[in-house]
Every structure is written in structure tokens, then in C-alpha cells.
Design a protein around this ligand. Sequence first.
Ligand code: 6GU
Length: 224
Amino acid sequence: MRIDIISAVPKLLDSPFSHSILQRAVKNNIISIHVHDIRAFGLGKSRQIDDYQYGGGAGMVMMIEPLFNCIESLNKERKYDEIIFMTPDGALFDQKTANSLSLKRNLMIICGHYKGIDHRLREHIITKEISIGSYVLSGGEIAAAAVVDAVCRLIPGVMNDETSALSDSFQDDLLAAPVYTRPAEFNGWKVPDVLLSGHDKKIEEWREKESIERTEKLRPDLNH
Ligand code: 6GU
């Protein structure tokens, strides 16, 4: 999968894909992530990318031209399955969306800043709008990093058995069961006996029961 991210603050995206699982996926050519600075498409000597909004009001708006030109330069190179705009008024991102995006070949992600982007881009160019939660971030970059992480780890070959995505929380609208490692007792705090029993079926039943109980208690909104 190829992911192109358009940003006014590309430095914010230096680190998230340079470590751990995503770094390995990049090295193994399973994913490639390309960050583009909108400023390169800015207007005039000052490379302007934002302007006051029509009708007045506080806050700058990202101009249509630099973004459009940046998007078009990429569209000329390949066909994108989705052109995604990261915005707090987008559709709430969830595991289902991550699963469906993980099946695509080419994704373009646009990070908003300031008051937002000229709405004509949303009307004519953007194919999907995503929010990662009901709160406001100062830009779309951190949200984009969250989406890219959630999507990429689902691509076959990105994770090994140890990090299998199948037993993740949310994969079947259930939270994951608690996990423990050695020592079996610390400070008098014990690991549940069943996990030390070596009895696979009992362990599986215990995990399933814990999953259901934790989901009902902590996330009653999930309908498993
Ligand atoms: Cl995608 N962007 C911004 N700026 N804030 C957010 C968000 C996105 N999702 C939740 N809050």
C-alpha cells in the first residue's frame, strides 16, 4: 500500500512511521508513506497557503489553489482509492473503517489546519472525511498518524504471530482480555490461576468471559 500525506507541518509526521512495526513494514516494502509539504505549492514569494475567510470571522482558511495543485500533482502519478480529509467534523474512525482502508492500494490523506480548508475541496475532490474522536486537535497530522497506524498494522505481513491483529480489542467489537507475564506473583499480586494451568480450553473460555465482561462494563456502547 502507498500512502501520500499532505501537510502544512510535515515535520510532525517524521517520527510516527520511523519506529517499531511501521518502520519494519516500510523497510520490507509492504507500505510506503510519502509526506508532502503544501508550502511547496504555496502562492507567491511568501508561498502563501492560507487566507482570511469570506464573510469575516476569526481564523485562517487553507486556500484551494495550493491544496488543489498538490493533490493534482499526485493524481497525475496514480489513481487513488480514497482522498481522505482529516477533520473533527468527519465520520468517527473505528476498526471497521480501518479494516476497509487496509484493503486499498493508494490512499491520499490531507491534514487540515487553522479553521479548515476551502469547502470547495470537500465538495469536489475529497472522497472521505475522517475524525478520530469528539475533541479538537490543532491539526490533522496526529489524527492522520493514528489512522495510518491502525490501517497499516492490518495489512498482511506487517505483523507477525506475536503481534497478531486478530486478538486485538475491537476486532469483533469486544475488548481484549487482560494479559500477564512473569513473575506469577509480584508484591503479593497474583496472576489468575487459570492462566498458569496449561489447560488451553479453560484459558480460552476464561479469556472469552473476561472479554465479554470488560466490554459490558467499560464499553456498553459496543454491540458485540
Ligand atoms: Cl481528524 N483533526 C483535528 N484537527 N481534530 C480532530 C480530528 C481531526 N479528529 C478529532 N479531532
